[in-house]
Write a protein that binds this ligand. Sequence first.
Ligand code: NAD
Ligand code: ZN
Length: 375
Amino acid sequence: MEIRKDIELKEGTVAQTGHYRNFPMVPRVVFGTGSFDQLGDILMPKRKSADSPCIFLVDDVFEGSPLIGRIPLIFNDQIIFISADEEPKTVQVDALVERIKHDFSELPSGIIGIGGGTLLDLAKAVALMLTNKGSSSEYQGWDLVQRPSIYHVGVPTISGTGAEVSRTTVLLGPDKKLGINSDHTIFDQVVLDPDLAAGVDRKQWFYTGMDCYIHCVESLSGTYLNAFSQSYGEKAMELCKEVYLENLSPSKSREKLMMASWHGGMSIAYSQVGVAHAMSYGLSYLLGVRHGIGNCLVFQHLKEFYPEGVALFHKMKNKHQIELPTGICSSLTDSDFDAMVKVSLSMEPLWENALGKDWRKIATPKKVKAIYKLI
Ligand code: NAD
Ligand code: ZN
């Protein structure tokens, strides 16, 4: 079933065939407060000609903000504002590619995504589809992309998903939600400027940051853990604890969460996520619940699987006075629950990572349904 493959390696990829994957990593990264102002210098050598623009895909939450004045526009560069209210879609990617091809006589010199996971994923997908034929929906899967993308840069403005380091772009297609996983997906350059996250509201900061925390818990307690993943996961976990349990200054907190997201993403790249992600996907599939909050909604009830991780989660939640919404599943029918359970249990590697080869004996449909009923 398509959905299974989708989630299977949505956020991580592990050697499951006795063959070790050869991963690309982001080749260039700049980190530091104010580093966004170096973007002009970074882009300059990548500019092919005055007719080949840089296209900036920017979260529309920044429209009219001072950040826009700092975008290094020259020649016929363009800013396209995009709402992050909905998850990125293949039709949206295709329309953006059409628009860019229509507006310019030459292919762009670069695509720069400025925003959270939503904008980062869109930038990756548009960069890929400017050089590959057909619709982006034809490339949802693993290593289907034939041609290198155009140069693309990720500038995260909220921390947690690890989308800045991953080799996937998760898209909602006409008949499936599935990432374009490929070596060409990975950013050529990432700009980590912690100050860009200064305006994130408290709840969103918690939900997206907890995505990172949950990556760490799921990676570190998983059966797929290896020294590569562990080294990144432990560092990310330590940083999450500092950010969410200590009293850091806002700027220190932003810096550390940005690095936590990076390390958390690197950790799952070579292992896998677990129960919260498997079940959160069911919520997203049926109810359109967004990734960060969906993970929190599930994770709070996973004491049986992650006792220490869940206890710490509650401590963090209480410290920051976060009230998670309740009654999300209260009006669902039995067939709705069955659909969510089916989608969730179809993500076999996530369950196997969490619970081992005999995971089916523990994660029965009845048990998974009972957890959904608590949400
Ligand atoms: P997001 O991009 O969906 O943004 C969440 C909210 O925060 C939006 O309202 C946005 O406008 C706002 N926001 C972002 N930066 C802000 C700022 N500096 N100030 C004020 N508001 C700001 O958030 P996310 O949680 O980072 O991303 C979720 C998306 O990432 C999902 O679509 C998910 O599928 C995807 N994802 C991708 C990967 C990957 O590896 N490619 C991994 C995990 C999640
Ligand atoms: Zn995640």
